[in-house]
Design a protein around this ligand. Sequence first.
Ligand code: 5GP
Length: 194
Amino acid sequence: MAKGLLVIISGPSGVGKGTVIQRFIHDPALNLAYSVSMTTRKMREGEVDGVNYEFVSKDEFLRARDNGELLEWAEFVGNYYGTPLKNVEKLREEGKNVILEIEVEGCQQVQKKCPDAVSIFIIPPSIEELERRIRGRKTEPEEIVQQRLDKARKEMSMLQNYKYVVCNDDVELAADIISLIIERHIHYNQDKQQ
Ligand code: 5GP
């Protein structure tokens, strides 16, 4: 059995990564698994521990990081986020194609360790639209919204590190395009491993 692909999906906070991913994550043709990250951020309303994230204390996070249990990690607007290595490896060995929804620094770390990873950056149609979406979510206070917008501008200057850039102007179209990219890479990967 061919080892599963590693697919990195990044994009600024509020661009709709989660919504786009939800559209194709259960598509049987893609055989995907979502890598649940570890974070020290507070749980938002509607989020479920172990599903959206594994919510941990700063001590627990740093212990996992220092024990080499993370594939990558980053600090993002005052909180730590990281990908548990064990889950990703297990899923890929089982032939699953694993989706990492991570920010730009984490992506660079993964690309160094796994040069075959397929990286996709989702951009908003405009910065104004991104601001409208972050505010519309009403999950963060103004100070954090500003920090996330500053971070978004910086992240958008890093998109040359990605193999593909997809605009989320329309969720359905963005999801279709990303599914197609993944599908083509699955076939390419299988041909290469035969
Ligand atoms: P949020 O707080 O909005 O859920 O996530 C903030 C940012 O952290 C997003 O860009 C998200 O993609 C990123 N992120 C989530 N999990 C991870 C992770 O495990 N590693 C890294 N490097 N970034 C992550």
